[in-house]
Write a protein that binds this ligand. Structure first.
Ligand code: ADP
Ligand code: MG
Length: 259
């Protein structure tokens, strides 16, 4: 258990305590556009995501959650400051190197699933590894597919699967390469509460049992309560940081931030 907030700050809530954080933003500023219409989506954010921790990122619409994650995993570049995955400074990479890093070290789960309609579930799951020229670990693939209840669905196209099944395919796709960090942007936003609970339980299991680092954007205090930690953004700044969030502590923090 984490006991000291100093340790949390140093390691980003990592259960390992001393490990290098899986991902980190240092003095992160992101500005969209120029001149009077410019938007400062991130306004000086320092945050570390500990290896093996499951972190929820919360905050009102437009507070910079997606920008934080996009810049944190190299989908977009910061205007100022540094973004690191492990020891790798993303700002120092050329576009090709950044693409390669995303394919090999980051897994993505989107609200809209983002599956390829013409590919089977299995082909969708292995696509990132295929693109990176890596062979999937067969044993781990079987384990993932089995624990997600997808074994009998692998030859189905996305249109032949329920929303919950499609999102579980997207989870398998994100986790199969054992990435340094999985980034999930409202992964339960399009699911009913039962399918959403299954996805959240799986994410928590992946963090606790396999040490998978996960950062998840959510609006939902119930979803955030599955995480080990919740960080709060307001107007592009870090506005709160809770260990072991519960639905009640998250609601209280959201109310405090809005006051
Ligand atoms: P959230 O995910 O918390 O809703 P975002 O990170 O998407 O917030 O957006 C933060 C701010 O940056 C918002 O004011 C949004 O309108 C603006 N923004 C986000 N992406 C772009 C973009 N590509 N171009 C211009 N403004 C953007
Ligand atoms: Mg967003």
């Amino acid at each position: 258990m984490r006991t000291s907030s100093t340790q949390d700050e140093a390691t980003g809530g990592s259960p390992a305590g001393t490990a290098v954080p899986a991902a980190r933003l240092v003095g992160a500023v992101k500005t969209y556009g120029t001149g009077p219409g410019a938007v400062r989506a991130l306004d000086g954010v320092d945050v570390a995501f500990g290896a093996g921790a499951f972190t929820a990122v919360m905050g009102p619409s437009g507070s910079g959650k997606s920008t934080l994650l996009h810049c944190g995993v190299g989908l977009d570049r910061l205007t100022e400051g540094r973004a690191l995955i492990g020891e790798t400074d993303l700002g120092a990479l050329r576009d090709r190197e950044l693409t390669l890093l995303r394919r090999t070290r980051v897994g993505f789960v989107f609200q809209a699933f983002n599956l390829i309609p013409s590919l089977s579930a299995l082909e969708n799951i292995t696509l990132p590894l295929d693109l990176a020229g890596r062979a999937p670990d067969r044993g781990f693939l079987d384990e993932l597919v089995g624990s997600l209840g997808l074994s009998s669905r692998l030859s189905h196209r996305p249109s032949e699967l329920s929303g919950g099944q499609q999102q579980r395919v997207a989870l398998a796709r994100a986790l199969l390469g054992r990435p340094d960090i999985v980034f999930a942007d409202e992964p339960t936003g399009n699911l009913d509460s039962r399918a959403g609970a299954e996805v959240l339980a799986f994410l928590r299991h992946a963090a606790r049992e396999r040490g998978q680092t996960i950062v998840m954007v959510t609006h939902d205090p119930v979803a955030a309560a599955y995480a080990d930690r919740a960080v709060f953004l307001a107007d592009g700044r870090l506005a709160g940081d809770l260990a072991a969030p519960t639905r009640e502590s998250v609601l209280a923090e959201l109310q405090r931030a809005a006051a």
